[in-house]
Ligand binder design. Sequence first.
Ligand SMILES: [Zn+2]
Ligand SMILES: [Zn+2]
Length: 190
Amino acid sequence: MTEGEELTIDDEIVARARIHAREVIDEHDLGLALDALEWRVSARARRRAGLCRWHADREVATIVLARRAYERYEWAEFAAVVRHELVHAWEFQRFGESGHGSRFRELAATLEAPRHCRSFAEPRYVLRCRERGCTWRATRHRASKPVRAPDGYRCGDCGGALEVEHTDSGRTWESASGFGGAKAALGDEW
Ligand SMILES: [Zn+2]
Ligand SMILES: [Zn+2]
């Protein structure tokens, strides 16, 4: 795929998401300021279909949508992701904070948005052997001990050292301090 084609897909995602957002806001008289809403497409996100970030200084909410989710889901499913993130944006704009509590659930139910942020089937972490020629790997959905401190473990096949990849960002680390660094660097994208 060329860069030009990728741009077109991202433009299409943002355009469709925007139109859908406007419909939802109008239909439910949401009182959500569309001009205080920014849209981004993540080409790298592999786990979360969407997320919403709040910039308190500018009072702007940024909704980030995963290109892979758009490519994989039917539109109805992707539109539900957009509505989920709109609920976050609404909470941010109104209350300066957002979670998945009762206030969130109430509006999510009204908008027929899923309660939980959609995630792909991919595991959150992949453990891999660093030894050349060794293909051992294991997947983890949680930050288990080998994920947090791979330097304390060895490959089950060849005894080689391990590395861990955070699948959503592609970041890798080989030690407990590397884990801490990656986690701190990713912030709310973790
Ligand atoms: Zn959410
Ligand atoms: Zn190995």
